[in-house]
Design a protein around this ligand. Structure first.
Ligand SMILES: *[C@@H]1O[C@H](CO)[C@@H](O)[C@H](O)[C@H]1NC(C)=O
Ligand SMILES: *[C@@H]1O[C@H](CO)[C@@H](O)[C@H](O)[C@H]1NC(C)=O
Ligand SMILES: *[C@@H]1O[C@H](CO)[C@@H](O)[C@H](O)[C@H]1NC(C)=O
Ligand SMILES: *[C@@H]1O[C@H](CO)[C@@H](O)[C@H](O)[C@H]1NC(C)=O
Ligand SMILES: *[C@@H]1O[C@H](CO)[C@@H](O)[C@H](O)[C@H]1NC(C)=O
Ligand SMILES: *[C@@H]1O[C@H](CO)[C@@H](O)[C@H](O)[C@H]1NC(C)=O
Ligand SMILES: *[C@@H]1O[C@H](CO)[C@@H](O)[C@H](O)[C@H]1NC(C)=O
Ligand SMILES: *[C@@H]1O[C@H](CO)[C@@H](O)[C@H](O)[C@H]1NC(C)=O
Length: 342
């Protein structure tokens, strides 16, 4: 939790945008209300959307136009924010920073709230009605357990903040059409947390390596006989709509370095870290640079030195949502808005 709060401070500073935009206020729920009000806003890059959570127990969770009631991998999620019926002041809020004018689709993960039409959108254009209809058209309960982080047990007014609160599940998307990277590519996690890697299009792995040799299996390089984890190859068809997952348990807070074993991928920067110390020399960027240097961008087994231009793709459009609970403790989650590439 200490790490999480520290990371939060860093994220908050990153989220500061030079020209301050408009803040759009949205209330979530309330006694007898299963809705966001308003249910849509038109916003510009740099604007913020402040969700104020009223009575009951709701979320603001990113989905897609196609699947309004399903969390999108890598999207933002406030987690459940319960508010007692007797609450009259100090309602918690979550602030979402708008990165660009791409539509952002949001729903409430609670029970069947989405199916009752509890959806919200930023810049939906003319598609809001279709989005809401798709949500209510589904009588099937959503897989509400998927990716549920245990955020609701932390930092809630009146409760103590146990450092050993239930473990979080971090979602990381591996690959995808034209995406030779992990999204997000580096995360902070507590001991006991689980990282759920969701493999998208192509054929990738998540394989443990070391900071010194980013593109080789730890199992092969360890001088102490350490066995590194390896998901194995997870081929996913170009037309796939469901994606296999592979879970990794974080056992302590020491840095974890990993890469994709598929030919050429690591050399083009497809690496991942957990708990890298971003303020020191062994940071994620240095690790990625070492991967590109050691394994080049040529597909064959690398013989060092100059190679053709690296078309390095990076996830961008990272957005942040900051949650301010009544007690004034902030927790931040990073979400990545689907796909823009360099
Ligand atoms: C409706 O539910 C089905 C089955 O859970 C799911 O595959 C589909 O994506 C859902 N549709 C919408 C619009 O959420
Ligand atoms: C809020 O809702 C979630 C999901 O239904 C549930 O797990 C959690 O216990 C609820 N919290 C409270 C305080 O009711
Ligand atoms: C990176 O280069 C090393 C040394 O040539 C090689 O052993 C390793 O297999 C390469 N890794 C990948 C993922 O190609
Ligand atoms: C996935 O990649 C591995 C390594 O390149 C290869 O052996 C395997 O056949 C591939 N699987 C598919 C289905 O393409
Ligand atoms: C994906 O394409 C393959 C052949 O290219 C086809 O056999 C399969 O039915 C397709 N799957 C879906 C879900 O469209
Ligand atoms: C990974 O963990 C998630 C969340 O607990 C679970 O839904 C999923 O089935 C797990 N995947 C595997 C392959 O065990
Ligand atoms: C944590 O421990 C489990 C069980 O020993 C192991 O499978 C897993 O790879 C470990 N996680 C890491 C990040 O090393
Ligand atoms: C590592 O993650 C942090 C937090 O998500 C992000 O701000 C930073 O840009 C990442 N570093 C690199 C080199 O991608």
């Amino acid at each position: 939790m200490i790490f999480k709060l520290a990371a939060c401070a860093a994220l908050v500073s990153l989220a500061v945008i030079p020209v301050k935009g408009v803040d759009h206020q949205v209330t979530v729920g309330g006694t007898g209300i299963i809705a966001y009000n308003p249910n849509q806003v038109t916003a510009a890059a740099g604007d913020t959307v402040t969700f104020t959570f009223m009575q009951k127990n709701h979320t603001a969770t990113q989905s897609t136009l196609q699947n309004p009631c399903q969390p999108v991998a890598g999207g933002f999620d406030s987690g459940f924010i319960p508010v007692a019926d007797t609450t009259t002041t100090g309602f918690p809020n979550a602030v979402f920073t708008v990165e660009d004018t791409t539509p952002v689709w949001v729903f409430c993960r609670q029970a069947n709230h989405c199916q009752q039409g509890m959806v919200f959108a930023i810049n939906p254009g003319s598609n809001f009605a279709a989005f809401q209809a798709a949500a209510t058209g589904n009588s099937t309960a959503s897989t509400s357990a998927t990716s549920a982080p245990a955020a609701s047990s932390t930092a809630y007014p009146g409760s103590t903040t146990p450092t050993s609160s239930s473990p979080q599940v971090h979602q990381v998307v591996v690959g995808g059409t034209d995406k030779l990277f992990y999204t997000p590519s580096n995360i902070t996690a507590a001991a006991g947390d689980v990282i759920m890697f969701q493999f998208q299009q192509k054929n990738h792995t998540i394989t443990q390596s070391s900071f010194a040799t980013p593109c080789r299996e730890l199992t092969l390089t360890s001088t102490s006989g350490q066995v590194g984890f390896d998901s194995g190859f997870m081929p996913v068809a170009a037309n796939a709509t469901t994606f296999p997952t592979w879970n990794l348990t974080v056992n302590d807070t020491s840095p974890i370095w990993a890469y994709c074993r598929q030919a050429g991928h690591c050399g083009s920067g497809m690496v991942f870290s957990v708990n890298s110390v971003e303020s020191g020399p062994n940071n994620f960027a240095a690790f990625q640079a070492a991967a590109e240097q050691q394994n080049g961008s040529t597909t064959a087994t690398s013989s060092a030195s100059s190679s053709s231009g690296t078309t390095k793709s990076k996830a961008s459009g990272a957005s942040m949502i900051q949650i301010n609970r009544g007690a004034g403790i902030a927790v931040a989650l990073v979400g990545v808005v689907v796909g823009s590439m360099l």
